[in-house]
Design a binder for this molecule. Structure first.
Ligand code: HEC
Length: 292
């Protein structure tokens, strides 16, 4: 039989004691001498009444404690619960407000009509340098004031204005241009000291957009005529990328000699060969409504 080493026995005993399993001598004695009769009984009895603590006592209770009855809700919680709530779809709508606001703000500077090309036109007017001489808002500077209908008074038709800008004023130095019956007298090129440079490198399309910007956005021209609306739609749909410098003769053929020195008015149905005259084809309401 193997001897259990003394130190192991001691350790076991200590362990039992630690667990409250009665590793003490008295209990041992009681246990060992269980059948010895009376002499040990008082000891056993003395030990017995103290109910042996169960090792389970040391284990945390697994059974959930009795659930406490819910404390009565504070009145404000009840009120909050009963209050009508924003439905989810409405929250989503609210979440999109900033996005909508951005787009809406974008439309605030929207042009009167024709939408996008007016924005493009405004950018061109600034980028090409017109604004440097005529003012960002067309109030004038080195060049004439364009706003408040001024430019429309000089050029009742966009085509004559287009030719004037393309050719510049030095080419017609000393000659009258624009409406001969203009309020305050007819314009004479060079009368203002410095002339306006020619703009041969603009495309026909860009020059049309710039003219549209000056006349409609800056000068406030009425665009309600059919011919004017058709022009705006045409500008939105197509782009004539020919350079005005390559088509000065064609432009002169489209223009009216009453307003444009050296114009030939030889275009037929607003065409010079393949070249389609820029500007509205007939200024609705006025005498030049397109024939046929
Ligand atoms: C360097 C300055 C300068 C620049 C740049 C310039 N202009 Fe001018 N513009 C003038 C001057 C000066 C006149 C008057 C010329 C004259 O009568 O001799 C004039 C005249 C005009 C007129 C005639 C106005 C009227 O009522 O008689 C129009 C329209 C015009 N400019 C449009 C434009 C446009 C569009 C651009 C840009 C593509 C432009 N200008 C760029 C200086 C400039």
């Amino acid at each position: 039989m193997t001897e259990i080493p003394e130190h192991l026995l001691k350790r076991s005993k200590d362990r039992k004691q630690a667990l409250g399993l009665g590793g003490d001598d008295a209990a041992d004695a009681g246990g060992a001498g269980g059948g010895d009769g009376g002499s040990n009984a008082p000891v056993a009895a003395a030990a017995a009444p103290a109910p042996k603590p169960s090792p389970l006592d040391k284990v945390p209770a697994i059974v959930d404690p009795e659930p406490e009855p819910p404390a009565p809700e504070p009145h404000y919680v009840t009120a909050a619960k009963e209050r009508k709530r924003m439905p989810v779809f409405a929250m989503l709508l609210v979440a999109t407000v900033p996005i909508w606001a951005m787009f809406y703000a974008g439309t605030m500077q929207a042009p009167p009509e024709g939408e996008t090309i007016f924005g493009e036109a405004a950018v061109l007017y600034a980028e090409v340098g017109c604004a440097g001489c005529h003012g960002a808002g067309g109030a004038g500077g080195v060049g004439y004031k364009l706003s408040d209908n001024e430019v429309v008074a000089t050029f009742p038709e966009p085509i004559d204005m287009i030719v004037h800008i393309a050719r510049g004023s030095n080419a017609i130095d000393g000659l009258a241009y624009g409406d001969p019956a203009r309020d305050g007298g007819v314009r004479v090129s060079g009368a203002r000291g410095g002339g306006m440079p020619a703009h041969p490198n603009l495309t026909v399309h860009d020059l049309e957009l710039i003219v549209l910007h000056e006349r409609v956005t800056l000068a406030g021209e009425d665009t309600s005529s059919e011919a004017y609306q058709a022009w705006i739609e045409e500008l939105e749909a197509h782009s004539n990328d020919a350079l005005v410098g390559d088509h000065l003769d064609d432009l002169l053929a489209c223009a009216d000699p009453t307003y444009t020195p050296e114009a030939t008015a030889s275009a037929e149905d607003f065409k010079v060969g393949d070249f389609i005259c820029p500007g509205p084809h007939g200024h609705g309401g006025e005498e030049e409504v397109a024939a046929g």
